[in-house]
Design a binder for this molecule. Structure first.
Ligand SMILES: O=C(O)c1ccccc1N[C@@H]1O[C@H](COP(=O)(O)O)[C@@H](O)[C@H]1O
Length: 213
């Protein structure tokens, strides 16, 4: 079963829509330059809407220790998503479970990158865009070496139309979407969230049918 993360939530109604649609994880952007940024206090009040077994994820880009600490204090059970230029030592220093984003572009050696981050719970693969991420851009999935052994979270320009193809080709542990379920930056559409989650479930059931043949 492919896990689903919906990222960049700023409104109660969007959190409720993501939970109702069956999302496994909800991302809060703690990066002040993002149009989807929330403060730790705002993230804490949005995260109160999460039921058990739906994981809050805090996204950081080159954050200071104080910024990380403020996010972790607001959401003590969060998974950290490092989406900037953080080194393995930066990531390990928080002593929290984390995802490490790899910004995919021609020439990126994902095997080498994976070897640098053995403690990451998963590598989150996003397209290389200006502004670090959330650009709604699909990268060339053939850049992913089949031999990479880390768990992968496929991200970057996913939407209800292309996510099944991504699942079939990459077989990721999880998929992550932000722009593809938005009407404008930081404002999600409940309909698009439901369509995205439905497309993931359909892709999974297609894969199951294939396996049982
Ligand atoms: O959402 C942002 O504004 C953002 C800013 C800086 C780094 C990452 C960001 N978002 C993450 O980017 C990927 C891909 O998003 P999209 O679906 O292509 O819009 C996703 O993990 C977002 O969480």
């Amino acid at each position: 079963m492919t896990r689903i993360k919906i990222c960049g939530l700023t409104r109660e109604a969007d959190v409720e829509a993501a939970v109702a649609a069956g999302a496994d994880a909800i991302g809060f952007v703690f990066y002040a330059r993002s149009p989807r940024a929330v403060t730790p206090g705002r993230a804490r009040s949005l995260a109160r809407l999460l039921p058990p077994f739906v994981t809050p994820v805090g996204l950081f880009v080159n954050a200071t220790d104080a910024e990380l600490q403020a996010g972790i204090e607001a959401l003590p059970n969060m998974l950290v998503q490092f989406h900037g230029d953080e080194t393995p030592a930066d990531c390990d220093r928080t002593k929290r479970p984390y995802l490490r984003a790899a910004r995919m572009a021609p020439g990126v050696d994902l095997l080498d990158f994976a070897a640098q981050f053995p403690n990451a719970q998963a590598l989150l693969l996003d397209a290389h865009v200006d502004g670090y991420g959330g650009g709604g851009k699909v990268f060339d999935w053939s850049l992913i070496p089949p031999s990479v052994s880390s768990r992968l979270v496929l991200s970057g320009g996913l939407n209800a139309v292309n996510v099944a193809d991504g699942i079939a080709r990459v077989r990721p542990w999880a998929v992550d979407v932000s722009s593809g379920v938005e009407v404008s930056k930081g404002i999600k559409s409940a309909d698009l969230i439901h369509e995205f989650c439905r497309a993931v479930r359909l892709a999974d059931s297609g894969a199951d049918a294939e396996l049982s043949r």
